[in-house]
Write a protein that binds this ligand. Structure first.
Ligand code: IMP
Length: 193
């Protein structure tokens, strides 16, 4: 089976291809000559993932899937959530986003947070959603240099290192995205049996 993944992020593509190898061929937006700035204007992760997948299906006709991820902080009523990339402004500046989050959480004892990824799949005219969650804590300071986004301030439960300290190899086995992709992969593998 062949599916389009609505991304041009090579790291995400590599990660998904590794997990789905053997039963599904995954291609990126570049492979279907899509260079559009796909709208993500919904106010939920589910809404954004569906919006991106439907855009590709409607405009290019391919079965496809899209993902959206947010960091949900319990004490902030699940903010920044769907606005994680733009928390400190439209610039998608990770340093500014982390600085803002640490400032908002100054003095807060409840540091519970989770990363949540939603994948929307459109296949044979039907829509499916897959969710991956990793629970953890927001640290009081930045720690570590690997990864991206909020990795230096997120420490997953049952670990003593932040995502940025543990490195991508370990992170990618336990991450929210990996959990969602594993569910997608398990579903796709049953179709090719
Ligand atoms: P996206 O939906 O994968 O583009 O993620 C939206 C935003 O969430 C990113 O711009 C990051 O700020 C944050 N984010 C998503 N995944 C991760 C992660 O694995 N580590 C740290 N931050 C992440």
């Amino acid at each position: 089976m062949k599916l389009v993944f609505a991304t041009n992020n090579q790291h995400k593509l590599d990660e998904v291809q590794k997990i789905t190898a053997g039963h599904t061929e995954i291609v990126s937006l570049a492979a279907i000559d899509c260079h559009d700035d796909i709208p993500e204007t919904a106010d939920t992760l589910e809404g954004n993932a569906l919006q991106k997948a439907r855009y590709i299906k409607d405009k290019f006709g391919y079965d496809c899937f899209a993902d959206d991820t947010g960091l949900e902080v319990e004490a902030l009523n699940n903010a920044p959530g769907v606005y994680s990339a733009r928390y400190a402004g439209p610039g998608h500046d990770s340093e500014a986003n982390m600085k803002k989050l640490l400032r908002e959480m100054e003095g807060m004892e409840n540091r519970k947070a989770r990363f949540r990824t939603v994948i929307a799949l459109i296949l044979d005219g039907k829509e499916y959603l897959f969710e991956g969650i990793v629970n953890g804590q927001i640290t009081k300071d930045k720690r570590g240099t690997s990864g991206f986004g909020y990795d230096p301030i997120f420490m997953p439960d049952n670990h003593t290192k932040t995502f940025a300290e543990m490195g991508n190899d370990i992170k990618n086995t336990i991450s929210h995205r990996a959990e969602a992709v594993k569910k997608l992969s398990a579903f796709l593998s049953t179709l090719s049996e």
